[in-house]
Design a protein around this ligand. Structure first.
Ligand code: PA5
Length: 404
C-alpha cells in the first residue's frame, strides 16, 4: 500500500524485540459507534467545535482534519477551532469574540488533566460558556481524559459533562486512533470508520519482521549514524502541513533524549523552495529528506491556453496543476539528491481517510522501531518537565512578589 523506496543498504538490526503496537489502535466498534453518535448530535446543532488541548491531545486530530477538509470551507458547516495550545491572551480574547454569535460546543482533551495550557484555556472558556449558555453548558462540553484520575476528571464528574476516555496505556502522540483524535475528526465530517480501518490494515502490514516501516526506521538510523542530524519531512500539498506538525512532535518527543536523535524538521513545497530551498540545496550537508506523496488528490484544475502567451507558459496548456506539482516533486528530489541530500520517498495511492490512517500508523510503528534502534524509550518525555518546573517556579515567585 505504501510505495516506499529504500535508500541505502540496510544495516542489520535486531528488530524482532519491538513492542507490539496493537494497543495504539484500540478503539472498539462500540466506541466508534458512540463517538459517531455524539459527533452527529453536535453536527446537527453546532457551528463551532472548539478543541482544547496541547501536544498529542490535539495535533493528530488537527493533522487529519486539515488533510481531509476543503481549503476554504468546512465539510459539513461545523468549523473546528483550537485553544489551549498556547498561552497568548490575545488569541483567547479574539477567539471568544469570534465565538460570540455562533453555536458552540467544546471538547477539552487532556490525559493528565492538569497540563497548564489547556487547563488555563478551559478555565476561561468554561466561564464564557456558563455565562452564555447557563445550565445548558453541561450538554455542550465534552471531556476526554483518563478513566479514573486527574483534575479534569473531577471537574467532569462534578459538572456532569459527557466523557470519553484516553486509554491509560496510550500516550498523547500515539492517541489519534482513540477518542482524543476520533471525536474531533468525526465532528469535522470525516469518515472515522475508514480512518481506523486504514490504521488497522497498517498495523497488520507492518507487524512482520521485514516491512516498509522497518525499512524506513533502518534507513533513517543508518543516515543518522553516517552523520546526518536533521530529517526534513516534505510534501507538495499545503493541506498536509499539519500532518507534518504531528510527525514532528511524534518523532521529536519520542526520540530526542539522552542527547540522541535526528532533529525532525518540516518543509512545505513548493512554498519553502523559495524560502529555505537555497539552504537545502547548497547549505551545510546535515540533512536528508523524506518526501510524502499522494498519487490521487481528488480536485484539480487544467492550465488554460492563452492566445497571447505573454507569460510563455503555453507549453503547459492542457496539463493539470497536480501533474505539474508532481513533476516538480520529482525535479526537487533529483536536484536534492545531486546536491548531496539523500531522499527517502513515501508514496500512497490516494489522499483519503483510509490512507491518512494508514500513513499515521506507518509513522507510529516506524517511530517506535527507530527509538528502539537508538535505545531510548519512545513513550516518555522527561525533557518536557524541565520548562514546566522553571515556569512554575517563576510564576510562584511572581505571586509571592505581588502579595508581598
Ligand atoms: O505526546 C504526549 O504525551 C504529550 O505531547 C502530551 O500529549 C501533551 O503534553 C499534553 O498532555 P495532556 O494530554 O496530559 O494534557
Amino acid at each position: 500500500m505504501i510505495n516506499f523506496q529504500p535508500l541505502t543498504d540496510l544495516p542489520t538490526m535486531k528488530i524482532s524485540e519491538n513492542p507490539s503496537m496493537q494497543h495504539y489502535n484500540p478503539v472498539t466498534m462500540q466506541e466508534l459507534f458512540s463517538i459517531q453518535n455524539v459527533a452527529n448530535q453536535i453536527n446537527s446543532k453546532a457551528k463551532i467545535f472548539l478543541v482544547i488541548g496541547v501536544g498529542g491531545s490535539f495535533l493528530g486530530a488537527r493533522a487529519v482534519i486539515d488533510a481531509l477538509t476543503p481549503y476554504f470551507h468546512t465539510n459539513n458547516g461545523v468549523e473546528i477551532l483550537y485553544a489551549g495550545n498556547n498561552m497568548s491572551g490575545a488569541y483567547l480574547k479574539q477567539l471568544l469574540s469570534y465565538l460570540d454569535t455562533k453555536d458552540v460546543y467544546v471538547n477539552v482533551i487532556s490525559k493528565s488533566g492538569s497540563t497548564m495550557e489547556p487547563a488555563l484555556a478551559f478555565r476561561v472558556v468554561k466561564k464564557y460558556m456558563e455565562q452564555r449558555y447557563g445550565k445548558e453548558t453541561r450538554k455542550r462540553i465534552i471531556v476526554t481524559t483518563d478513566s479514573e484520575k486527574g483534575i479534569l476528571k473531577q471537574i467532569a464528574i462534578k459538572e456532569g459533562y459527557r466523557q470519553f476516555t484516553v486509554p491509560s496505556d496510550v500516550g498523547g502522540r500515539y492517541s489519534v486512533f482513540t477518542p482524543v483524535g476520533l471525536l474531533p475528526i468525526a465532528v469535522a465530517g470525516i469518515d472515522i470508520e475508514a480512518f481506523v480501518r486504514g490504521g488497522r490494515q497498517a498495523e497488520l502490514d507492518f507487524s512482520s519482521e521485514s516491512n516498509s516501516a522497518v525499512d524506513y526506521a533502518c534507513n533513517r538510523y543508518a543516515l543518522y549514524k553516517q552523520g546526518y542530524s536533521v530529517e526534513l519531512l516534505a510534501s507538495f500539498e499545503p493541506r498536509l502541513n499539519k500532518l507534518h506538525e504531528w510527525w514532528k512532535q511524534l518523532f521529536g518527543e519520542s526520540e530526542g533524549k539522552e542527547h540522541k536523535g535526528l532533529y525532525p524538521s518540516t518543509v512545505n513545497y513548493s512554498t519553502d523552495l523559495h524560502a529555505i530551498g537555497q539552504f537545502i540545496q547548497d547549505g551545510s550537508r546535515i540533512m536528508f529528506e523524506t518526501l510524502i506523496h499522494f498519487d490521487n488528490i481528488e480536485e484539480d484544475i487544467e492550465i488554460p491556453f492563452s492566445p497571447e502567451n505573454i507569460d510563455g507558459l503555453n507549453y503547459l496548456a492542457g496539463r493539470s496543476m497536480n501533474e505539474v506539482n508532481a513533476t516538480s516533486k520529482d525535479g526537487v528530489a533529483l536536484a536534492h539528491e545531486e546536491g548531496g541530500v539523500p531522499v527517502i520517498r513515501i508514496e500512497l495511492p490516494k489522499l483519503d481517510a483510509y490512507h491518512v490512517g494508514y500513513l499515521m500508523m506507518f509513522f507510529m510503528k516506524a517511530c517506535v522501531i527507530s527509538a528502539n534502534l537508538l535505545e531510548v524509550n519512545p513513550f516518555d518525555q522527561p525533557g518536557v518537565e524541565a520548562y514546566k518546573n522553571k515556569m512554575l517556579e517563576l510564576l510562584k515567585e511572581d505571586v509571592v512578589k505581588v502579595r508581598a
